[in-house]
Design a protein around this ligand. Structure first.
Ligand code: SF4
Length: 341
């Protein structure tokens, strides 16, 4: 309270790490590179990452987002998003004569591989995750007959398995660490021989962002999480902030969604962002807060991150040519069909 500017005590705690993780960074760059290399349009199945701003920016550059593979006209290039897809989607693309780029985050692929391995060993797999989330749909599709979704501790009582001595749990990568452990504890009580995954399925980025927000939640009156409503890891950050002690926590896509009323009686504002959020959106929030007297920004550092992933290998090939060849193949077989009659 020594300085004049600090008389109000208003300050911002800024989480570190926050924002882009290695999987999102890779997926966004993959779309940009594909547009550069092959020209527009590049079709993307589902939002490449769950962030409005990112999707809108890529759309302006020539990316076309579709919900279903069948919406992509044959002979085109389609990219699969960071959340991953079920094997059946690869088949759909083949049938639709599409060249594909798979931008699935390698840490999601890791979970897919675990699912395949345990299914091959005929385990029942209890997949902890949120029903309907794209990642869960993709992972379940690897071994639909072996996987049962467990959406939180309240689902545990319903879970049934064939053989309680051959059960393993896996999880979505973007869950709340604490809530997942609650679910695991409840599952273990029911199935004492439950096996844990060989390594964490909740990814490093999700864990680190939760750790930072937990630290700031203890001190902040209000926490603002920048992220989209369909972004699982961003929604989890709001929950973690509240559990850590923040009086209120809100999710906003853009600074102009912040309401003046949220600041009433607030001295310390925590700011963070989900793994799919570009830093410019956080900067705009800091500017908005600074305009209202929250100028002092302190970093709350929970971890260092240095992970990066190499770009999808398909980008090294001439995919326009591949897609054209797929169509030519079909046209060729169409031509031969009538003559055979
Ligand atoms: S949140 Fe984790 S799993 Fe998802 S894209 Fe980022 S690094 Fe990969």
């Amino acid at each position: 309270m020594g300085r004049m500017t600090a008389s109000s005590g208003r300050r911002v705690l800024l989480a570190a790490p926050r924002g882009y993780c290695a999987g999102v960074d890779r997926a966004v760059i993959a779309v940009e590179k594909a547009l550069e290399q092959y020209g527009a349009p590049i079709y993307v199945r589902h939002e490449i990452v769950h962030n409005k701003y990112v999707v809108q920016t890529l759309e302006k550059k020539g990316a076309v987002f579709v919900e279903r593979t069948e919406e992509v006209p044959e002979g085109n290039i389609v990219m699969f998003s960071a959340h991953g897809v079920a094997p059946v989607v690869h088949d759909e693309a083949k049938q639709g004569r599409l060249a594909t780029i798979d931008a699935t985050c390698p840490l999601v692929t890791k979970v897919h591989k675990e699912a395949v391995r345990f299914a091959n060993e005929d385990f029942d797999i209890l997949l902890i995750g949120h029903e309907g989330h794209e990642e869960v749909i993709g992972t379940s599709g690897e071994a639909p007959d072996h996987i049962t979704l467990v959406d939180g501790p309240s689902d545990v009582s319903k879970v049934e398995v064939r053989d309680p001595s051959r059960v393993v749990w896996l999880s979505q990568t973007t869950l709340s660490v604490d809530e997942t452990m609650e679910t695991v504890d409840a599952l273990k009580e029911k199935f004492p021989q439950l096996i844990s995954p060989p390594s964490d399925d909740i990814c490093y980025a999700t864990q680190n962002r939760q750790l930072a927000v937990k630290q700031m939640g203890e001190e902040a009156d209000l926490v603002i999480v920048v992220g989209s409503k369909n972004s699982s890891n961003s929604v989890r950050l709001v929950e973690v902030a509240k559990l850590a002690g923040a009086r209120a926590a809100y999710l906003v896509d853009f600074a102009d969604e912040i309401e003046e009323a949220w600041l009433e009686g607030v001295t310390t504002v925590g700011v963070t962002s989900g793994a799919s959020v570009p830093e410019i959106l956080v900067e705009q929030v800091l500017e908005w807060l600074s305009g209202r007297g929250y100028e002092d920004v302190e970093l709350v550092k929970a971890a260092e991150e240095s992970i990066t992933f190499s770009l999808p290998k398909e980008l090294r090939r001439d995919l326009r040519e591949e897609a054209a060849a797929l169509v030519a193949e079909r046209t060729g077989s169409d031509r031969t069909a009538p003559s055979g009659q």
